[in-house]
Design a protein around this ligand. Structure first.
Ligand code: 0RA
Length: 641
């Protein structure tokens, strides 16, 4: 085969991709590997956005390949206008930056890997097969070893006929096998792909995206198609929550090749869940589109509230954060040349989109509020409550701060503190119930071990507003004993103990209180969990005598192991009752003495799970609760450690 000048620059281009794959796909880890799939799918999505494609099939093949098939017009196969010796399709697959945007009139905007094109996928594959149905013919080409052409584009027969219309079909199929000498791993993860395909289907109204995993037997099939687009996305996100009202507000606007689409609905919860996208790429750091939206939302709701006298003249404006409490929103924009900025390149920097999003939201949301007065007043009411809670919380925080300023005077009465002032050697036991607290005080080492008894079940912090939570005596005692503030103001440098140990019974109530406390730490003192300062004590269930020595066995399985190892054991097993009933020696030897006890260090995943369990178990949605307990029975029990 002879190469002309054009061919040589092509090979040099793809060689550059192989030399520095990170420059094109971010990394050679799992994220980079999946980027290959996104790139190919994005090309089909572009074809759908242009109005010519209604279905995309993504298949993970048993031999490790990935196939993406669409029913678009098919990549043009004829000679390329600027290089008539080559097929356009061949150029698309071998030349960098020759994606769908050449020729001018192709696409207005494009997703893609910020536009790197399928040639990057070809460069990073050991083999790639292109099939095109177009002009009544079926065309094929094959590439190997990082994009070298093996079979030139040629017609291999007629295009298959559409079953219902009898007409020749059109479309593109790209099948590729990622190069194991480039990627750390070449195995695609089904869940990663399914999640992304669902989001793509939400963002592209009416587009059907099907996923088949042929690596399992039988093959697993999933399919997504949303007639409502991002309206369905918002409904989906709110499905497990209680919506404030049924309607979803939605609007869009196209202007000078830029497009913005917004859908929003409130739920009765307190979290803000605003998701934004630019050309189908998630912008988790937000950016100009989110700024414009937030500003206009705050403005529109305040203006409405003033006009209807729902907000009195002397009252302050509602703050953005008050209005966004319980808000679920999708902001999706499309633009020609997206600028991704920020630490993880996930923040949209294009200033022009801020103005479009802001103007559109202002005008359309205003109209929506006028047309939906019942819902509008519910929004204002919820925002007003949030504002009140915010002011009350500020008051409560100021109070805690003043108290701790009085040097130690803020320590709760119930706390039996340790005498050491060195946090590194100090421990605090948070003990369920006063009687258990009493035994623990007897069993402790008063120099390094502090005891804080707490009574009954503390408030469920997930569902209570922060102001209510701060009024709770148990929570107040906890905050001042730990001594490092809370939420945004929590300063892990100030914690008074490097071990915060939860000590509760091994029964259902004990498990419940542990879950609640972990939720509180996860939500309000996250660095405490992240730093590994939170522990769960694990008092044993059994004791028995070996000669004169009392030994302890953690649970049924430890008991079984012990019996298997000591078949002649004659002594009875004593089932230890609740903490309150352990005598002081039992408590000391099993739970408090650092050389004998067993502690479980809690990590963020465990705390997050507790938080999730809490929010679902305490939620109002009975169906969801039942479903969760059924499907996660193991995890719920996991919290019974
Ligand atoms: C360039 C021009 C045209 C279509 C495409 C590219 C195209 C590319 C891909 C990649 C995957 N699926 C695709 N479908 C189409 C338009 C050609 C025309 O005018 O017919």
């Amino acid at each position: 085969m002879s190469y002309d000048e054009g061919d040589i620059t092509v090979l040099e281009g793809l060689e550059a991709v192989r030399k520095r794959p990170g420059m094109y796909i971010g990394s050679t880890g799992p994220s980079g590997l999946h980027h290959l799939v996104w790139e190919v799918v994005d090309n089909s999505v572009d074809e759908a956005m242009a109005g010519y494609c209604s279905r995309i099939d993504v298949t993970m093949m048993a031999d490790g390949g990935c196939r993406v098939n669409d029913d678009g017009r098919g990549i043009p196969v004829g000679p390329h206008p600027k290089n008539p010796k080559m097929s356009t399709a061949e150029i698309v697959l071998t030349k960098l930056h020759a994606g769908g945007k050449f020729g001018g009139k192709g696409y207005q905007v494009s997703g893609g890997l910020h536009g790197v094109g399928i040639s990057v996928v070809n460069a990073l594959s050991t083999r790639l097969i292109l099939e095109v149905d177009r002009d009544g013919q079926h065309w094929e080409a094959e590439f190997e070893k990082g994009g070298k052409i093996k079979r030139k584009v040629s017609a291999t027969g007629p295009a298959p006929k559409d079953r219902s219309t009898g007409e020749a079909r059109t479309g593109t199929t790209v099948t590729f096998w990622p190069d194991g000498s480039i990627f750390d791993e070449t195995e695609f993860r089904a869940q990663t792909i399914v999640e992304r395909m669902q989001i793509m289907a939400f963002l592209n109204k009416g587009l059907e995206i099907r996923f088949t995993d042929e690596r399992t037997s039988p093959a697993v099939k999933t399919s997504f198609r949303y007639a409502g687009g991002i309206i369905d996305f918002v409904k989906h996100l709110n499905a497990s929550k209680e919506a404030l009202f049924r309607k979803v507000a939605a609007f869009d606007q196209i202007e000078e090749g830029q497009e913005v689409e917004v859908a929003l609905q409130w739920n009765t919860g307190y979290h803000e869940s605003v998701h934004s996208f630019a050309n189908g790429i998630s912008t988790i750091e937000g950016g100009m589109h989110v700024e414009g939206f937030s500003k206009a939302l705050t403005n529109a709701v305040n203006r409405y509230a003033r006009a209807r006298n729902l907000l009195k003249e002397k009252e302050e404006n509602l703050k953005g954060e008050d209005i966004r409490e319980g808000l679920t929103a999708i902001i999706s924009v499309r633009l020609r040349d997206p600028q991704f900025e920020g630490q993880t390149k996930a923040k949209l920097g294009n200033v022009s989109i801020r103005s479009l999003t802001e103007r559109t939201t202002n005008r359309k949301l205003n109209e929506w509020l006028e047309e939906n007065p019942r819902e509008a007043s519910q929004i204002v009411q919820k925002s007003t409550q949030a504002a009140r809670a915010r002011m009350a919380a500020q008051g409560a925080r100021d109070l805690t701060r003043r108290k701790s300023a009085l040097d130690g005077a803020g320590l709760p009465g119930k706390l039996a503190d340790c005498s050491s002032r060195d946090p590194r050697e100090s421990e605090i036991f948070i003990v369920e119930g006063n009687s258990a607290g009493g035994s623990a005080k007897d069993a402790r080492n008063p120099h390094t071990q502090a005891i804080l008894p707490i009574r009954g079940k503390i408030l469920n912090v997930e569902r209570a507003r922060i102001d209510k939570m701060l009024k709770n005596a148990e929570i107040q005692a906890l905050i001042s004993a730990i001594g490092a503030g809370l939420a945004d103001e929590f300063d892990v440098e100030k914690i008074r103990y490097h071990k915060v140990i939860l000590l509760a019974d091994a029964d259902v109530d004990g498990s419940h209180i542990r879950t609640l406390l972990l939720t509180f730490f996860f939500r309000q003192m996250k660095p405490l969990v992240e730093g590994g300062y939170v522990y769960v004590a694990q008092p044993p269930l059994f004791s028995t005598l070996v000669g004169k020595e009392k030994i302890y066995l953690k649970d049924e399985s430890a008991k079984a192991t012990f019996l298997a190892a000591n078949p002649d054991h004659k002594h009875e097993f004593n089932r230890l009752k609740g903490l309150g009933e352990m005598d002081f020696a039992e408590l000391r030897d099993t739970t408090m003495d650092p050389s004998l006890r067993s502690l479980l260090q809690i990590n963020v995943e465990q705390a997050a799970l507790a938080d999730e369990v809490c929010s679902i178990l305490m939620g109002d949605d009975v169906e969801l609760r039942r479903h969760f307990i059924q499907t996660n029975a193991k995890d719920v029990r996991f919290l019974d450690i």
